[in-house]
Design a binder for this molecule. Sequence first.
Ligand code: GLN
Length: 542
Amino acid sequence: MSTSASNTKYIFVTGGVTSSLGKGIISASLAKLLQSRGYSVTIQKLDPYINVDPGTLNPYEHGECYVTNDGAETDLDLGHYERFLGVPTSQANNVTTGKIYQTVITKERRGDYLGKTVQVIPHITDEIKRRIKLLGSRFKYDVVITEIGGTVGDIESLPYIEAVRQLKWELGSTNAIVIHLTLVPFLSASGELKTKPTQHSVKILLENGIQPDVLVLRTEHELTQDIRKKVALFCNVELDAVVQSIDVSTIYEVPLMMQKEKLDIIVLKKLNLKEGTEPDLSKWVEFLEKLKNPKHCVRIALVGKYVELKDSYKSIIESLQHAGAVNDCKVDLTCIHSEKITEQTIESLLGDKEGIIVAPGFGDRGIEGKILSVKFARERQIPFFGICLGMQCAVIEFARNVIGWSDAHSTEMVRTTEHPVIDLMESQKGVTEKGGTMRLGAYPCVIKKGSRAYKAYGITQISERHRHRFEFNNEYLPFFEKAGMQAVGINPDSNLVEIVEIPSHPWFIGVQFHPEYQSTVLNPHPLFVDFVRTVVNRQKKS
Ligand code: GLN
């Protein structure tokens, strides 16, 4: 059901009342429903901060940094988009205020606006509009859903809201609509749901010239018909365009909930698009059934240093959910702070775990706790999965405790170590700027037949996404292979070690890449699936 590029329809999703209402999940759910009806859909996130991308942000500030195939460091919402839609996103799917200003200022210096005063309106708003429309026209999507980060009323969001107002006017009401997501709080003292915050937030949109077309109301309790009517009347929205989004146990239920609320039908009607075939969500429902009715439960530890904020490891946590579901298994995940892991505490922290994952990360804080966790998993024969820095820790641990180089380290942590088993990549040696300069995005890897990784993937040629500066030091490879750690995944162009494993261990794999960025609901990642399967099978046997 492809429409021509110029017929791309635009849906803007704004948020009101508070942040963290789940605009990303609502956008992804709507996209899923439209995709299931035969439309090609993509989702874009506009972030109103001045960083050019979130790559330079601490995970505590912003959660995980998600990496696309084309090497963009992006907002974690793009991870949700990919996990829901199963379609890769790209650079163009995440735009920040920093990117917008960078483009406009570069043009100004080049003389593109010669003679003119460069201003927020029209220059910044034009650049925002260009980025929104570019996505629809370049990739010929039927529908582009653009999520505006932040909350309406924020100073930073104003140029975005103005750009949306202009686009709505330029494209016409059947080509561009606005969905506004707000909160209807429940006051337990009076036992009432309150609509006033929603009314106020719509008022802010109206002050900025935008009449929302659809309202999605986040609530803890069912909304009565009276409440829906009240909101519809005071916010100038059709009654059937007031949609409830009630709290659910898993984000993966939201598409079905939105289907029940007919959000897709309302949107299609407003955009003058055919309803198409009834969405076939049977595979999705099957996943959800398995997720909600597990037959087994495995205790997995995720060792990292950003554990206080669950969003820091979003994609890993979601990948484990996907892998758990296919294995009919609940993954009981405990995030453990690596700084807390010492010789004294390790037994109490990891003693009852059936699988151990060491997370990606940067810098030396908590590094020894990670290395100890690897040792614990290796010696106790507990399935171990090391991701990026986690793989590097596995290599360091093996060098120290199996090969016997007690000072072995990564030069990221100790520059002068005599055994730099992990070292700065050649291509990184002259790099001084921090933003967007790591080895980023998808690279090919060839897997050795007969390896555990091969067993998991079932193929030899894979492509995985990266975000790192350091690498396995190939000079030492013969020592590792002789002592029992094999390099089983290699980049065919650079010879970089991508996967290491210990064949004598029940399941010990370290990967330099980030498999978690490619796991989706309908296509769970083979390494996560094999890891969880191994843990379940061991449990069954014991
Ligand atoms: N700090 C390590 C490097 O830059 C690992 C990065 C990561 O875990 N993403 O190579």
